[in-house]
Design a binder for this molecule. Structure first.
Ligand code: TYD
Length: 136
């Protein structure tokens, strides 16, 4: 699978009462079948989460409250930082990408849509191992 990091924009319904986003017909919004949803919240100030890559997992990250920054390192070593700070901004991550989540605001709730069930064997948690896999 080609490593890929790509912003996604979720359809926003808004009027003078406020805003609404429906995660419906997910197959039209997200390029994989969603098998798992988890969320990260009440993050300790200054903490950096993630620090891993996945072998097969595809994910879409959405910060539905507050903001956080996603740092992605591609197999060729290029790095990008994406600030997720609005509930209709998503970030697709697939393939061999080293990712970190940092600079969480106090109210941040980061929802992750995932293509597979939780499987520790799919994680690469050692950075040197990640670089070895990238060199293959
Ligand atoms: P961890 O991978 O350290 O989270 P992050 O990537 O955000 O830094 O996961 C924290 C704990 O939660 C760890 O014990 C594994 C567990 N966990 C699950 O049980 N199911 C899940 O879907 C996820 C993502 C984590």
């Amino acid at each position: 699978m080609q490593a890929n990091v790509q912003p996604l924009t979720l359809p926003l319904h808004g009027d003078d009462r406020g805003k609404l986003i429906a995660l419906e017909a997910l197959s039209e919004l997200v390029p994989f079948e969603v098998k798992r949803v988890y969320y990260i919240f009440d993050t300790t100030p200054g903490t950096v989460r993630g620090n891993h890559a996945h072998k097969n997992l595809k994910q879409v990250l959405i910060c539905i409250s507050g903001a956080c920054t996603i740092v992605c390192e591609m197999p060729d070593g290029t790095k990008s930082e994406i600030r997720l700070d609005w509930p209709n901004r998503g970030l697709l991550i697939e393939g061999l990408v080293w990712r970190q989540m940092k600079d969480f605001s106090k109210d941040a709730v980061l929802i992750v849509l995932a293509s597979e069930h939780y499987d520790e064997a799919d994680y690469i948690r050692d950075y040197n191992q990640f670089k070895k896999e990238c060199a293959k």
